[in-house]
Design a protein around this ligand. Structure first.
Ligand code: FES
Length: 232
């Protein structure tokens, strides 16, 4: 059996299985690192950088970087937390996130991160970009709320491996594109999966909004990350 890898996070000695990423190993050692684009079971792409840590002084994405022996990881430091906070604030000003009117409020990972980082007002000016909403037979795609995490692209495919969601355009004009013919064939379960895998309220299954009452929604009960911190 391969030897576990020894490394350090915020002064705590940790061990990792060979091949584990910093995020996976931290979680296994009861250390919370926030993520947004990453989702358990999907190939990490390292696009949002919310999981940024400093490793031996260099910035790295914890969800993609494998642990190496002797790594010294800075995770819960003022500098790292301020960097993540700025990224979360940027996501809020780059889109149009009106949480009180959103069906995903209380179940939204971006909103939950804002609560965790105690963001009352973003430190950047709102851009109020002009974005639209597209309707498909089983779901709505609310581009105002999309954070381009690409979870839907990675998770939702037809049984023969064709992607229903994709990315189009570049830079500030980048947006999720949907194959209309394939989307029309989505089952109820697949549409629900697409909604559930979306960390925000960008993919909404039709006719299911606001089913969970306030006070019973996922992050009404426990803050994001608490399941890891409780396992320490
Ligand atoms: Fe690691 Fe998005 S969670 S880059």
């Amino acid at each position: 059996m391969p030897e576990p890898i020894k490394f350090i996070i915020d002064g705590k000695e940790c061990t990792a299985e060979p091949g584990q990423t910093i995020y996976e190993a931290a979680k296994a050692n009861g250390v919370y690192i926030p993520v947004l684009c990453h989702f358990e079971g999907l190939k990490p792409v390292g696009s949002c950088r919310i999981c940024s840590v400093r490793v031996n002084g260099r910035w790295m994405a914890a969800c993609t970087q494998p642990v190496a022996p002797g790594m010294v990881v800075e995770n819960h430091t003022t500098e790292v937390e301020e960097y993540r906070r700025a990224l979360i604030e940027m996501l809020f000003v780059e889109g149009n996130h009106f949480c009180p009117a959103c069906e995903k409020s209380g179940n939204c990972e971006l909103q939950a991160l804002a609560y965790r980082y105690q963001i009352m007002v973003p430190g950047f000016p709102y851009l109020f970009p002009k974005k639209d909403i597209e309707a498909f037979p089983k779901f709505l795609l609310e581009h105002n709320r999309c954070v381009q995490c690409r979870r839907c692209i990675r998770a939702i495919q037809t049984p023969d491996g064709k992607k229903i969601f994709d990315m189009k355009n570049r830079s500030g004009r980048v947006r999720i594109n949907v194959d209309r013919k394939l989307a029309a064939k989505l089952s109820e379960e697949e549409a629900q999966k697409a909604m559930d895998i979306c960390p925000v309220g960008a993919i909404l299954k039709k006719e299911v909004g606001f089913r969970i009452p306030i006070g019973k929604r996922k992050y009404d009960k426990k803050p994001i990350g608490s399941e890891i911190e409780e396992s320490k």
